[in-house]
Design a protein around this ligand. Structure first.
Ligand code: NOJ
Length: 519
């Protein structure tokens, strides 16, 4: 018998962008007390754990991905006592909590960088990347041709010490130099600080960037105009990841790390798992960027299976997060398609990450120019969660960003009262996944399907459990082969009361079914 799966393999994790989730102190910005107040909702929904986007002290140039104190909670979110209370409540409810960890860079206001920039002789000078201008050209020419993720070059000239410093994101986010063992040790210390408090693990921000070629060579001319984040894949990341994994493995209870590695192809992700000694999981964004076409989805899922399975690497599926327009819009805008996407996300082999608000079928807010605040243009998907149909939607003050469309009808309370809503569909899918070993731990195999339909089977041989999923991506009905041996467990287009009928092979437009064996 195979070893039982680890908790993080059978879990569904829910990403909370804390500023936009729930405000309790009345400043229009979500906070830890707000998360705590909504834990009952998350238990009702049926997710197994939460990933919190950064809550650390930060000047908020990149809304928390610019950390100025890794071991303090930003006052806008609360304090350490509030954090401990939240963690205790999460655990009491049988759920898990992952924090975001930002290893590649700090804020330019972090004391480490303040000290580093103060003088060329600073003890922390080498904690960041300081270089002279190319060929002695001083402030006229940066050291190499790297581009930053939010536009412009990846170097800023610092007149105090007359050198350039590297930042693959904003100038306010200088890159840490992980080749310096003191940096690695300090960042391990940050992990230990939170592990000692009892967190279950971390989501590691752009972690593939921590390994850099010490020579910082130019990008080849064909890549010179694009930012480095999507192509940077240097082998020196791997020993660093093994060091990080050793810190986690020192703690009881399978503390886990899921890494953001923005390298398109799943083939490039597999090495970041090491031989079970680097990252436990790596986000796979291949469906997030897929067109709404079942052949493309089948190809990308099969490609991921082929890249990850032989390496013993556990897949992770993501359709939305705080960096991209919500998938409903990306996949064409209809709620039917959002329901099909939810059905696929929650029935693939691997750990799904669900971005807060997807369960409500939210769309991005239309943010007028004068209210845009994000340097990366990502405000729309960060719109606040509408909790009810009142004018304030359950928020005590006007939120920091505008509401998503139709918040009067599209909100948690209204949808909770409607058994046929997308919210109840998510809840039924989560329950079906939890109840079936085939769905939460079984193998995956593609089935033949008519045009416009994606179909696959999930099998847990050991447990004698099988499920089939048929997903109609098309906007017309589809007829599939049904042999009378399957019953409908979840139908994305109808409320729970219609389930458990023998499946006749009919799929309504933009709908999906999860089937279990009849009898
Ligand atoms: C990836 C994060 O998801 C994004 O929000 C952030 O801006 C960058 N990393 C920089 O930390």
């Amino acid at each position: 018998m195979a070893a039982p799966p680890a908790w993080w393999q059978t879990a569904v994790l829910y990403q909370i962008y804390p500023r936009s989730f729930c405000d309790r102190d009345g400043d229009g910005i979500g906070d830890l007390a707000g998360v705590r107040a909504r834990l009952a909702y998350l238990r009702w929904l049926g997710v197994d754990g939460i990933w919190l986007s950064p809550i650390y002290r930060s000047p908020m140039a990149d809304f928390g991905y610019d950390v100025s104190d890794h071991c303090a909670i930003d006052p806008v979110f609360g304090d350490l006592a509030g954090f401990d209370g939240l963690l205790g409540d999460v655990h009491d409810g049988g759920q898990r909590l992952l924090l975001d960890w930002v290893p590649n860079h700090t804020s330019d206001r972090h004391p480490w960088f303040v000290e580093s920039r103060s003088s060329r002789a600073s003890a922390k000078r080498d904690w960041y990347f300081w270089r002279d201008g190319r060929d002695g050209q001083g402030d006229a020419e940066p050291p190499n041709n790297w581009r930053a993720a939010f536009g412009g070059r990846a170097w800023t000239w610092d007149p105090t010490t007359a050198q350039w410093y590297l930042h693959l994101f904003l100038p306010e986010q200088p890159d840490l130099n992980w080749a310096n063992p003191a940096v690695a040790e300090a960042m391990h210390g940050v992990l230990r600080f939170w592990l000692d408090r009892g967190v279950d693990g971390f989501r590691a921000d752009v972690i593939h960037l921590i390994g850099k070629d010490a020579a910082l060579p130019d990008q080849p001319p064909d890549l010179a105009e694009i930012d480095l984040v999507g192509v940077h894949d240097h082998p020196s990341a791997h020993p660093l990841l093994r060091g990080i994994r050793a810190v986690l493995d020192d703690y009881p209870g399978e503390r886990v790390m899921v890494g953001e590695v923005n390298l398109g192809s799943p083939r490039l992700l597999a090495p970041y798992y090491g031989t079970g000694d680097e990252l436990h999981m790596v986000f796979n964004f291949s469906l997030l960027w897929a067109p709404w076409d079942p052949l493309e989805w089948a190809a990308r899922i099969a490609e991921s299976e082929a890249a990850l399975t032989p390496a013993g690497a556990w897949p992770v599926w993501v359709l939305s997060n705080h960096d991209t327009p919500r998938h409903r819009a990306r996949y064409g805008g209809s709620e039917g398609r959002a329901r099909v996407a939810a059905t696929v996300l929650l029935t693939l082999r691997g750990t799904p990450f669900l971005y807060a608000g997807e369960e409500l079928g939210l769309r991005d807010a239309d943010v007028p120019a004068e209210r845009r605040v994000d340097p990366g243009g990502r405000d729309g998907c960060r719109a606040p969660i509408p909790w009810d149909g009142s004018p304030g939607h359950g928020w005590p003050a006007t939120p920091w960003l505008p509401w998503p469309p139709d918040a009067t009808s599209t909100n948690a309370a209204t949808l909770a009262d409607d058994a046929g809503s997308i919210l109840h569909l998510y809840r039924r899918l989560l329950a079906a996944r939890r109840a079936s070993a085939a769905l939460h731990a079984g193998s995956w195999a593609l089935l033949d399907a008519p045009p416009g339909v994606l179909a696959y089977e999930r099998t847990a041989k050991d447990m004698g459990d099988r499920r089939r999923v048929w997903a109609n991506f098309g906007d017309g009905a589809a007829e599939c082969s049904a042999d009378g041996r399957w019953t409908v467990q979840v139908d994305s287009s109808s409320p729970a009361a219609d389930d458990h009928r023998v499946w006749d092979g009919h799929l309504a437009p933009a709908s999906a079914v999860v089937l279990g064996p009849a009898g």
